[in-house]
Design a protein around this ligand. Sequence first.
Ligand code: NAI
Ligand code: MG
Length: 331
Amino acid sequence: MAKHRITLIEGDGIGHEVIPAARRVLEAAGFDAEYIEAQAGYEYFLEHGTTTPEATYEAIEHSHATLFGAATSPTTKPAGFHGAIRHLRQKYGLYANVRPTKTRPVAGAFAGLDLVIVRENTQGLYVEQERLYNDTAIADVLITRAASAAIGKFAAQLAVQRRSHLTVVHKANVLPVTQGLFMNTVLDEAQKVPGLTTNTMIVDNAAMQLVRNPGQFDVLVMTNMFGDILSDLAAGLVGGLGIAASGNIGDQFGIFESVHGSAPDIAGQGVANPTATVLAAVLMLTHLGEHDLATKIDAAVNRALQEGPHTRDLGGTASTQEFTEALISYL
Ligand code: NAI
Ligand code: MG
């Protein structure tokens, strides 16, 4: 019997291209796993009227970890639609979205960067509670002390394993009740961790500081939408969405995915950069305690980024398959 059971969810768009590529890399690297292929996303919804079938829940619940491609969220929601990945984050209490930004050998990347954005993953504006009253639209923001404490503890513990500095990003100057509860609760948790230094930073300044002086950051923690936006910004500093990975982590389950979406502009063309999903698989291996394998694949990714061939997003002409084969040859 294989040592690990892994659920693979391609989802939509380039998910169909990057998940098979990541699986090939895992297999070539010698990861001892049995894979369950499961479905979720907008394409599934259009055929079956739901984004996530029961079989997918069962697969996730019977696996040690899940690797997710990407899921489309249309801007006009059909009745009964809910975003697949947001739904899974909430259903499984995957409260921590961990998004590392690290400089790799990519042309134009900001030198020497190594920071992690920890995004609260289940609350904030993304509880998707919107209402329309005639010409007035209202959305709820949910912040609880319990969820803020959980993410604060998680971020503080991650920071002390790194350079022991935590930045709490917030907008409590305008939203003292919701953002204030988040910020103060996170600071309370951070205080319980010896050796940790903290600072707070208002989110708009944090966006500017990330562009101008990102080296000042170690771990940044923030509410859901701020983390969504600033993690794409951080990805842009080191080469873009083609190489940005993330982990959705809860007490029981972990779902690992790229930061990017289904990229409809390039889907089906075989040109997507699979690096983001391969690096999500590396985060998954670390989560599973397979540190040697994680290091081995991470090193091969760096060599492939250094020596090429490069995919289009990084200025080259290689297809997903050509890049994947090169990466495998560097293992
Ligand atoms: P996106 O991340 O799909 O694409 C943004 C841009 O980056 C596009 O030009 C795309 O071609 C490029 N890009 C993304 N990944 C790439 C890769 N691996 N290789 C090369 N180029 C890549 O964001 P967009 O276009 O705003 O959203 C498309 C759909 O994806 C939407 O329905 C959105 O809701 C959904 N989405 C889903 C996410 C998820 O499943 N976690 C995250 C972000 C968006
Ligand atoms: Mg996003």
